[in-house]
Design a binder for this molecule. Structure first.
Ligand SMILES: C[S@@+](CC[C@H](N)C(=O)[O-])C[C@H]1O[C@@H](n2cnc3c(N)ncnc32)[C@H](O)[C@@H]1O
Length: 195
């Protein structure tokens, strides 16, 4: 088994994120995580949100890492990753998903991929379904901090899509409605959308 990759930012943000998920997903049953990455979030959240079936997903090159983290989790409500690469031909991996979580994927994806993600979630969640989207965002074209502006320049150099504006996400997410924009540590936000 692969040595587990470790993300310090996951370690830092897991409790603030859990506080929100515990509150806004209290009546949900089946969650899809998009871009599970190392698998650390799933390994932390699933044992603490036992009312949810937690389905991980990412591109295939991340699956070994996710499996390595899930190996240490002794609960039966967390599931091995679906192969889900967001793009024009992405399909919804499972019926009955009433919640979606994604962290730090929106600024990594190309803008068109983010648009596909918003549309895929909006099309497939049932009425009342919730989408929690964690990361850095722009507001009316403005960065929320100088450090996010510098981070965005770094993302551009890396070929990533960059920090998206809440206004464009709102257009792409229709008919999802932006229920809450929660200020999080380290100049991040949790967007809570509902259909
Ligand atoms: C910065 S990592 C975040 C991982 C994890 N969610 C976290 O918060 O640590 C970005 C993740 O997005 C995934 N990703 C990037 N583009 C994607 C796409 N088009 N479809 C699905 N996942 C994608 C990457 O594989 C990676 O795991």
């Amino acid at each position: 088994m692969l040595e587990k990759p470790f993300s310090q930012s996951c370690e830092n943000n897991k409790q603030p994120i859990l506080d929100i998920l515990s509150r806004v997903l209290v009546d949900k049953t089946t969650l899809l995580e998009i871009g599970s990455g190392t698998g650390q979030h799933a390994a932390h959240f699933a044992p603490r949100l036992t009312h949810l079936q937690w389905h991980t997903s990412d591109m295939p090159d991340k699956h070994l890492a996710i499996a390595a983290w899930l190996e240490d989790v002794d609960v039966d409500n967390v599931h091995q990753p679906f192969s889900l690469t967001i793009g024009a031909s992405s399909t919804w991996p499972l019926a009955n998903i009433d919640a979606v979580f994604t962290a730090n994927t929106t600024h990594i994806m190309q803008p068109l991929e983010t648009q596909f993600m918003m549309q895929l979630v909006a099309d497939n969640l049932p009425v009342g379904g919730v989408f929690c989207q964690y990361g850095p965002y722009k507001f009316q074209g403005q960065y929320s901090s100088e450090s996010n502006k510098a981070f965005d320049q770094h993302l551009a150099q890396q070929g990533c899509g960059g920090i998206r504006d809440i206004n464009e996400l709102t257009l792409w997410a229709k008919p999802l409605f932006l229920l809450e924009t929660v200020v999080m540590p380290a100049n991040n936000f949790m967007l809570v959308w509902q259909k």
